[in-house]
Design a protein around this ligand. Structure first.
Ligand code: ACO
Length: 370
């Protein structure tokens, strides 16, 4: 059965936008995505100005005046460290229940054990827990025991340490930190919208961010970076770059890591991550090869879709950064969630202040009773 996607004439004069494209559904002080100029602003700072910031500093910025207490970078670092330790203790007994689940499903399950009634610093708990869980889940997939957090470390450094079981090189920590900062918030993307809708019902912070995670999981949103690596692998084994990409487009497939609902020019996050990965060019020529694929893909997309500017999106270089710092591709969505948890929690805090239930309408296009 076909449900019309195009807006059809309404007798009541209401408007319908497929996919809510162009619809403004919230006002926020948190971030602004300027799709025409390729600009991302987080609370007054352009993404490029946040280069060199710690993840904790960005959390302090996003939570400012929304959380019950304003904490600076050092205060957040301390609270996050303590919250990682609590998250670890809570998690261990639940690990056997993860058998048979994908990594993102396992994260969903562990987050769902956090009680919504526990409101004290729940935004800090959500951010801390996500990285502890994501690292343990990635290790578990390889048959390894989880690694206890070290509360004295910065969040990015400890995240990598919990993944590998030992402290990692400063340039790798820096690359992961840049990644977490780069994806911290991004306007009313699908997962943030889902999060805000749930928050608006006063369901609680953990319930809200789990909704965000479920939305992030899909390949049209946060599930794309793993498939980017699959694409690079397939091109690498199946011949030349251009013929492979052309054949994929001939089959009607989408090239993973390209295109965006809002950006009509290059996604500024792609450049931030391209710079972050530049210092890690030591993994068998992968990054050089990916750059070649990017050039060919952009040229082909411009030829095939001249009316629709399709540029590199954040997921293309996400895949390269996360692979270079040692995350397995099955864990990429969980690492994305670890960064985006900053934005989701800030949006829940903001939505709580707005206090208005989000309840749009649908237009009935089915038959009327006789
Ligand atoms: N490869 C090939 N063609 C594409 C791509 C792509 N990556 N993206 C869009 N197109 C084409 C579509 O086929 C369509 O062509 P048509 O008009 O001839 O049918 C046209 O561009 C418009 O596509 P829409 O689906 O309307 O664009 P939309 O804004 O809904 O899509 C999206 C955005 C979902 C990100 C899309 O570009 C896509 O599927 N990209 C690949 C997956 C991906 O990289 N996802 C991560 C996104 S970033 C993030 O969410 C964090």
């Amino acid at each position: 059965m076909n449900i019309p996607l195009k807006s059809i004439e309404s007798s009541t004069g209401d408007t319908f936008s497929p996919g809510l494209e162009g619809v403004v559904a919230a006002q926020t002080v948190l971030s602004h995505v300027d799709g025409a100029a390729g600009r991302l602003v987080l609370r007054g700072y352009q993404l490029e100005q946040l280069s060199g910031w710690s993840f904790e500093a960005v959390l302090s910025l996003l939570w400012r005046d929304l959380a019950p207490e304003n904490l600076d970078e050092a205060g957040i670092r301390k609270r996050l460290g303590a919250a990682r330790e609590v998250a670890f203790e809570r998690m261990v007994a639940a690990l056997p229940a993860l058998d048979g689940l994908s990594q993102v499903e396992a994260l969903r399950l562990l987050l769902s054990r956090l009680p919504d009634v526990e409101k004290e610093s729940h935004h800090v708990v959500a951010v801390a827990s996500t990285s502890v869980f994501a690292a343990a889940i990635a290790r578990r997939d390889r048959g390894l025991e989880p690694v206890r957090p070290d509360a004295s470390l910065g969040h990015a450094a400890d995240f990598l340490r919990m993944l590998h079981g030992a402290e990692q090189r400063a340039d790798k920590v820096r690359a992961l930190e840049t990644y977490l900062v780069t994806v911290a918030d991004h306007g009313l993307n699908a997962s943030t919208f889902a999060t805000r809708v749930i928050a608006s019902t006063q369901a609680g912070l953990f319930s809200s961010v789990i909704g965000g995670l479920c939305a992030l999981k899909g390949p049209l949103h946060g599930g794309a970076p793993g498939p980017v690596l699959d694409m690079l692998d397939a091109i690498g084994t199946e011949g030349d770059v251009r013929p492979w990409l052309a054949a994929a487009l001939d089959r009607g497939e989408r090239l993973m890591g390209f295109g965006h609902r809002i950006y009509r020019v290059r996604d500024p996050r792609a450049d931030a991550l391209k710079q972050a990965v530049a210092s890690l060019r030591d993994n068998g020529g992968r990054i050089d090869f990916a750059e070649k694929v990017e050039v060919e893909a952009l040229a082909l997309l411009a030829e095939r879709k001249p009316l629709r500017p399709l540029q590199t999106n954040v997921e293309f270089y996400t895949a390269l950064v996360l692979e270079a710092v040692g995350f397995p591709r099955e864990s990429f969505t969980n690492v994305f969630a670890s960064g985006r948890m900053a934005g989701w929690t800030a949006h829940v805090l903001e939505q709580d202040k707005v206090g208005r239930l989000i309840r749009p309408q649908s237009r009935y296009v089915g038959p009327m009773p006789a």
